[in-house]
Structure formats: C-alpha cells, structure tokens
Design a protein around this ligand. Structure first.
Ligand SMILES: [Zn+2]
Length: 395
C-alpha cells in the first residue's frame, strides 16, 4: 500500500492541540493506495489514525506518525506485526506547473483573470486548458444546464448532467488546479447586461465561445469599450473546420469588422453542399449555425487552438514565450471543404478595420454616417450606438 498526504497536513498535525487522532481520505484500487486528505471528517471517510512522535499507536490499521523533524512515516498494524509503508508527501501547489517550467514564465498567469463566456464543448475545453497553464482567476458565464447529449464532447462527466455548466465546470477546475479561484454567472449575456458587465470587470482577457452572432457582437461591443483583449472561437457546420479571432483594442479590427467582411474575404463554397455556405453567403443566417453535430476531437482541435491564442494573448510582452501568431484570424479545417485544400489545412488572415465600423472606428464611422462633430459623437455615444443597432437590425 502507498500512502499519500498533502504537505499542509504535516504542519496541521504538528501544531495540533491533540497528540493524535483519526485521518480521513479514501482507499483506492482495492487497498493499493490510501489517499489521506485531512484530519477532519469533511476530508472524506475515516481511513486510519495518526500520532505525533509515534506515541499512542492504535491496535490495528493504518497508522501515520508525524515527527517534528523529518517526513511522516506510515505503518500498517496487523494483529501481531507491523509493516512500514511507502509514504509520499504531495506538494500540489509547488509541483502543479513543474512540467511547464521553461515554457511558461514562472507565476506569470497566477495573477491573471480570464472570463470565459459560453461553456459548451469548446468553452469548457478552453477553460480547462487555461487552468492547466496556471491562470489564477477564472470567471465562467453560461445560462445552460448539462444534458446527456453534451457529455461526449464536454469537459464535464456524466455525473454532472442536470447541473449548470458554470458550476459543474467550476468544480472540475477546482478539482484540477490547486492554484485557481473561480466565479460563476448563470446568465444570458444578451438578456442580462449587468451580469456581463460584472463578469468583464477588470478581466485581463475574455474568451467568447458562445453560439450565435448576436451574443458575440454584444460581447465585442462591451469588451472593445472596456479595452479587454477578446478571443472568439467558433466551429463550423458539423465541425468540418472552425476559426479563432483575436481582437486587441485599441489596435486592429474588432469582431464586428470580421463578421461584416467575412463574405468579402472568402467567396462562399461553389456548391451548397453544407449549410455553412448558406450561412456565410447570408450573414443573417449565421445565427442558425448553432448546436451542430460534430465529433469531440474536431471541436476539440478548434478549442485547443483558441486556448493557444488566448495563452499567447495573455503572455504578450513576455519575451518570446510563446511565439506570437502571425495574424488575428486563424481558420482551421478538419476536412477538405471550403477554403481548406486538404484535411488539417489552416490559414492565418489579416482582418482590416472597417472605416464604417461603429465599434472599433466609432468616431469616423459616426461622423460619416450622421455628419456630426467629434464632440457630439462622444457625448451621445450610447444613444447613437443604439440608433445604429436598430438601423442595422432593420436593414
Ligand atoms: Zn470594428
């Protein structure tokens, strides 16, 4: 039997007012492993006893001895014999990122806050990847609950069916990373702008992995105004491919520019073999391209690429780690369709800022649309943007 225990337990036992007591945790693999989790019942089932300096040995069972000097010793006491057991001290916080040393700057992500909006198959995977890189503060936003058909592609397991995706994913992240703090909002960003504003407040990066263009455009407007870098991830019809776009206010183009020029950059596919062609030929139908079938690995590739872009964006400014990406828009094809010449083809595309974009080119756009002064454009910003929204919706 191997015995594991968290390093924090050693200090607790040595500083305890009691000379000994019960240890709690769980026995795994038919008694091959005893995981000691704590010295109180909220840490699991009672699995043995502990004492300080080897006094007060129990009559039988697992026995853990904490000494003021040296590592803890573990023993299995039989009816008339004693076996010494291998005992391993787990230093989860110190060792969690040991395999990332030299690749990620030490501690660079511990103080960073990332908001992930949309926790489906893509968003849940992106969030877990960022947690695994050591992001210290994660905010999760989604109004949906997990259903049986989600699980094959989602980061969370069967046991979470029926739970809010936010809370199930929070528990998964906490179970995985000893370094993370997680907040959740069970909210629809289109219907609850206050929740969106709270979730964005002071965030270092936003990941928009929501279905539907309307939600992405709302996130784009809020994040651009707040100056928050935002990574947009999408899988296409049946996940034949997908894309990742990074908006970096105040420079470059925003998501509104991308969504309005997408048809100009790439001609739609020559046949209507997929619904995707109709979606991109007619931007108003893009909102229909949601909840598509697709394999977990096909969606997963896009999500991992989005996580990679998010990581690069968070670490921008740290020397060469990781390498910056060539352009803001990355398109990846799982299959040879549309602009993808062969399976696993990809393109980086520079997206120009549109002169008439009311989000990232507000002043110029509004002045040319309405013929008003820069001062008036600034003072009436909210009402002007609302007017433009309603005009665009009618058009
Ligand atoms: Zn724009």
């Amino acid at each position: 039997m191997l015995v594991t225990l968290p390093a924090e337990l050693i200090d607790q036992a040595i500083e305890s007012a009691l000379p000994g007591g019960t240890i709690y945790g769980r026995l795994c693999d038919d008694g091959d492993l005893a995981q000691v989790h704590g010295l109180s019942p909220d840490a699991g089932a009672a699995i043995g006893h502990w004492s300080r300096d080897g006094e007060q040995a129990p009559e039988r069972g697992l026995w853990l001895v904490f000494a003021v000097t040296g590592d803890p010793q573990a023993y299995l006491l039989g009816s008339d014999d004693v076996h010494s057991l291998e005992c391993r001290v787990i230093r989860a916080r110190e060792d969690y990122l040991a395999r990332a040393r030299g690749i990620l700057p030490d501690g660079a992500l511990a103080g960073r806050c990332v908001t992930v909006i949309g926790l489906g198959s893509g968003g849940s995977l992106i969030a877990t990847q960022l947690a695994r890189c050591g992001v210290g503060h994660m905010r999760l936003v989604d109004f949906d609950r997990l259903e049986a058909h989600n699980i094959a592609r989602h980061a969370c397991p069967l046991a979470d069916i029926g739970r809010y995706k936010t809370r199930a994913l929070r528990d998964l992240l906490l179970a995985h990373s000893p370094l993370i703090r997680v907040e959740t909002w069970e909210a629809n960003v289109l219907e609850q702008p206050t929740a969106l504003a709270q979730a964005l407040s002071s965030a270092d990066l936003v990941v928009a992995a929501v279905d539907g263009e309307a939600a992405k455009l709302a996130i784009n407007r809020a994040c651009w105004a707040a100056g928050i870098p935002t990574v947009y991830a999408a899988a296409y019809n049946r996940a034949f491919g997908g894309d990742v776009f990074c908006a970096l206010p105040p420079d470059g183009a925003c998501y509104n520019c991308l969504s309005s020029v997408i048809g100009e950059l790439f001609a739609p596919p020559p046949t209507a073999a997929s619904d995707f062609s109709a979606g991109y030929a007619d931007p108003s139908r893009m909102a229909d391209m949601v909840a598509q079938p697709g394999l977990a690995m096909d969606v997963g590739v896009i999500a991992l690429l989005a996580a990679r872009v998010a990581l690069e964006t968070l670490l921008r400014g740290h020397d060469g780690v990781p390498e910056p990406l060539p352009d803001a828009w990355l398109l990846f094809g799982n299959r040879a369709e549309w602009v993808f010449r062969e399976p696993l083809d990809h393109h980086f595309v520079a997206v120009p800022r549109r002169d008439d974009c009311p989000v990232c080119n507000y002043a110029q756009s509004v002045q040319s649309r309405l013929g008003i002064s820069p001062a008036e454009a600034v003072s009436r910003r909210d009402s002007i943007l609302a007017e433009i929204d309603s005009e665009d919706a009618e058009a």
